[in-house]
Design a binder for this molecule. Structure first.
Ligand code: 6PG
Length: 220
C-alpha cells in the first residue's frame, strides 16, 4: 500500500497538489490535456485550496467527478458546488471544461448521460474514504459494488437516498488513483484496509496512492 503521511490536512492538501502538478505536466506534455475526476465530501477542500494557489495553465485541464449526490448543482451537499466555491470559480476555470454529474435528474438517467461524456481513460481519479470503508458512493452492501459499466445510480439505504457514482470498473481503469483521507475516526478502518481485511469496499480500488494525515495514520 503506497501512502504519503502529512502532519495535517492542510499539509496533505499541499502534498496532493504537488502530485497533481506532476501528473498534469506529464499529461500536457504527452497529449496537451489533463483529465481529472474530483472526489466528494469535505477532505478535497484541502486539495482545492492548495491548487488555487498554483500557477498552472488551467485551460489544459478537464474536470469530472467520481460521484455526486442527487441534489441540484447549487445545493449545499453538491460535490460540484463544493468544488466550484473553493476552487473552480476561485481560479476561473472555464465552465465548458467542467463536466458535472446532473444530480437534479433521475439518477439512472444522470448515470447514463455521464457515461457518455467521460474520456476513454482518466489521467487521475480522486477518491475519499468514509468511516465505513466506502469510497465514491460505493457503500457497503449496496448494489453498485457489483455493477458493471462506468457510472451507475446507487441507492444507499443507510442514507435513504440515491447517489450517482463511478463503478470500480471505471475507477480502476484510471491511469492514476489518489485517495485523500484524514481523521482519527477512520484510523481503524485504514489499518484494516492496509491489512487487506476484505471488509471494506475501498479495498477493491487497485493500486491507489494514499494521501493521509497523521491522525488517520496513527496505527499504520
Ligand atoms: C461523497 C464522497 C465520499 C467521501 C467520503 C469521505 O460524495 O460523500 O465521495 O466517498 O469521499 O465520505 O468524506 P469526507 O472527506 O467528508 O470525510
Amino acid at each position: 500500500m503506497k501512502y504519503h503521511i502529512s502532519s495535517t490536512p492542510q499539509e496533505l492538501g499541499q502534498d496532493a497538489a504537488r502530485a497533481f502538478a506532476d501528473l498534469y505536466q506529464q499529461a500536457v506534455q504527452d497529449r496537451g490535456v489533463f483529465t481529472v475526476a474530483l472526489s466528494g465530501g469535505s477532505t478535497p477542500v484541502h486539495l482545492y485550496k492548495a491548487l488555487s494557489q498554483m500557477d498552472l495553465d488551467w485551460s489544459k485541464v478537464r474536470f469530472y467527478f467520481s460521484d455526486e449526490r442527487t441534489v441540484p448543482a447549487d445545493h449545499k451537499d453538491s460535490n460540484y458546488k463544493t468544488a466550484r466555491d473553493t476552487f473552480l470559480d476561485v481560479v476561473g476555470i472555464d465552465p465548458q471544461h467542467v463536466f458535472r454529474m446532473e444530480g437534479e435528474l433521475d439518477p439512472q438517467e444522470a448515470a447514463a448521460r455521464y457515461t457518455a461524456v467521460l474520456p476513454d481513460q482518466l489521467d487521475l481519479c480522486y477518491l475519499g474514504m468514509g468511516d465505513d470503508g466506502h469510497t465514491a458512493s460505493l457503500f457497503p452492501e449496496t448494489e453498485a459494488l457489483e455493477a458493471s459499466g462506468r457510472v451507475v445510480a446507487n441507492f444507499v439505504p443507510k442514507l435513504n437516498t440515491w447517489r450517482i457514482t463511478f463503478t470500480f470498473e471505471e475507477i480502476n481503469q484510471s491511469s492514476n488513483i489518489h485517495i485523500l483521507a484524514t481523521g482519527a475516526n477512520k484510523k481503524e478502518v485504514l489499518l484494516e484496509v492496509k491489512n487487506k481485511s476484505g471488509k471494506h469496499p475501498i479495498e477493491r480500488v487497485e493500486n491507489p496512492v494514499w494521501y493521509v494525515d497523521a491522525a488517520i495514520a496513527e496505527l499504520l
